[in-house]
Design a protein around this ligand. Structure first.
Ligand SMILES: Cc1ncc(COP(=O)(O)O)c(C=O)c1O
Length: 472
């Protein structure tokens, strides 16, 4: 981590943990410069980042202060307290209903699972797709069968290597999006009836995969900012016959939580000592707002037990359905399953994405995308401050495009979802993220869309509805 990032994290932690409160003066540039051995310019750079992220505000001739609008440190949201026993999740019916209701183009997409299409280089991709299709070697329809197109796997492997994770092309299997990667990984490392440790709350696709394959889920308490609680996981491992973990260590869906690097390492070591595979869902891994957290937990994997699943759906090419799993010692099992499930991922699409990555434009696109998402997050946070009633609490993720909101006064999120639809607005209700359909007073909001007056008005409407539905 660069020095300015360490400083940013240090001061952000002081604020989140309540050591510095709204209106407090931030440590002076001179003092911090002396204590941390950094130049004043580095401190000011860190403070400007904190200002952009809503932690600090600068006052002319007085310096930096904790933003007076800072009233919802994510730490104020409690770690989840899920039930202690494994269950077969039963969320699919509700998830399909909610997803169906969100399909309409005319809805304000606060509940959408997708970011705005205009944030992606779709016309550049189209050029790579048509050129790749024209050049397609007929033999590639055989050669690119699983594990998949070698140039693409090399490009993905190089991205891992740059992040510090030793992943060779041989262990990468190309899939139809991360969802197929995750499902194949689950089937490779568990059998029906097995217990899988998951986060609470978690991505509904995880709950559906566990449900549809007849596995059971044990939910692990998860902190809204620091992710899964490794101490609690250790206790569960001592009590339950857990066969695999399925976790998001960065920009967790739906909380936006990110595990600190040390916790990520401890998690991998804890599981390695017990020979338990970790299915890591890294779909939002490229969407971090700072240069920290670039590496998946896979970086600490020395036994081939981590199956890191990724895709380009959230970061480059929505709709192309291109993903992969870096499957470690399970690679051969996974690619055989891929052949049995869908034979292979579209060959022209594999070639097109390989060609786009080789053009060297991906990093520049990611920088732009992250900047847009960060600015949009700041807008959504400001709208939450303006329009939601006191007692509402929310997370401030360091990446991705979702945040989690806990509503005051026992508001029923399913009812809020229904009332919002009547106003042409979607929100994602908390119960779809829980194996037991609890989290009844929480919603997930999407900030993947450029801010408009329509979004602002929608937030005002939702805030008003929350006020009406809240008891007392
Ligand atoms: C956490 C998480 N994992 C996996 C997926 C699926 O990714 P893909 O579209 O690449 O299959 C999603 C998509 O919504 C997601 O949010």
């Amino acid at each position: 981590m660069k020095l300015y990032e360490q400083l940013t994290e240090h001061v952000a932690t002081l604020i989140r943990e309540g050591a510095l409160r709204a209106g407090d003066r931030a440590p002076s540039v001179r003092e911090l410069s002396r204590n941390r051995g950094a130049s004043p310019a580095t401190i000011v750079h860190a403070y400007e980042i904190l200002e952009a992220r809503g932690y600090l505000e600068s006052r002319p001739r007085s310096g930096f202060f904790v933003s007076t609008r800072w009233r919802n440190p994510p730490a104020a949201l409690a770690v989840s307290r899920p039930a202690r026993r494994p269950v077969p999740p039963k969320v699919s019916g509700l998830v399909f209903e909610v997803l169906e209701a969100m399909r309409s183009r005319t809805l304000v997409p606060l509940g959408s699972a997708f970011p705005a299409p205009e944030l992606f280089p779709l016309s550049q991709l189209a050029r790579h797709l048509s050129a790749s299709a024209r050049r397609l070697d007929p033999w590639s329809t055989v050669e690119d069968l699983p594990p998949g197109n070698m140039s693409l796997r090399r490009e993905i492997s190089q991205r891992y290597l740059r992040s510090g994770a030793q992943v060779l092309p041989e262990e990468i299997v190309v899939t139809a999006g991360a969802l197929e990667a995750l499902n194949l990984a689950l089937q490779a490392v568990t059998r029906p009836g097995d217990v899988v440790a998951i986060e609470a709350p978690t991505f509904y696709g995880c709950l559906q995969a566990v449900e549809s394959t007849g596995r059971r889920a044990i939910e692990i308490p998860t902190h809204p900012q620091h992710g899964v609680d490794v101490d609690q996981l250790e206790r569960v491992l001592a009590r339950e016959p857990v066969r695999a973990c399925w976790l998001m260590t960065r920009f967790q869906h739906p909380l936006g939580a990110t595990m600190p690097e040390a916790a990520r390492q401890r998690l991998v070591e804890l599981l390695a000592a017990r020979d338990i595979p970790l299915i890591e869902d890294s779909v939002y891994g490229d969407l971090g707002f700072t240069a920290s957290h670039t590496a998946p937990a896979k970086r600490h994997d020395s036994k081939g037990l981590v199956l890191d699943c990724g895709s380009f759906s959230k970061s480059l090419a929505p709709g192309y359905r291109l993903g992969w799993v870096a499957a470690g010692r399970f690679a051969e099992d996974v690619w055989r399953r891929k052949i049995m499930t869908s034979l292979c991922t579209s060959i022209p699409v594999q070639a097109a994405i390989a060609s786009y990555l080789a053009s060297g434009r991906y990093e520049g696109h990611l920088r732009q995308l992250r900047r847009a998402l960060q600015a949009q997050q700041a807008q959504l946070l400001a709208a939450l401050e303006r329009h939601f009633p006191p007692g509402t609490r929310w997370t401030r993720p360091d990446g991705g495009y979702f945040l989690w909101v806990e509503l005051p006064g026992g508001v029923d999120a399913i009812e809020l979802h229904a009332r919002a639809l009547e106003h042409g607005i979607s929100v994602a209700p908390g119960p779809i993220f829980s194996a037991r359909k609890d989290r009844t007073s929480a919603i997930r909001l999407n900030y993947g869309h450029p801010w408009t007056s329509r979004l602002e008005a929608a937030m005002e409407t939702i805030g008003r509805l929350v006020g009406k539905l809240a008891r007392g």
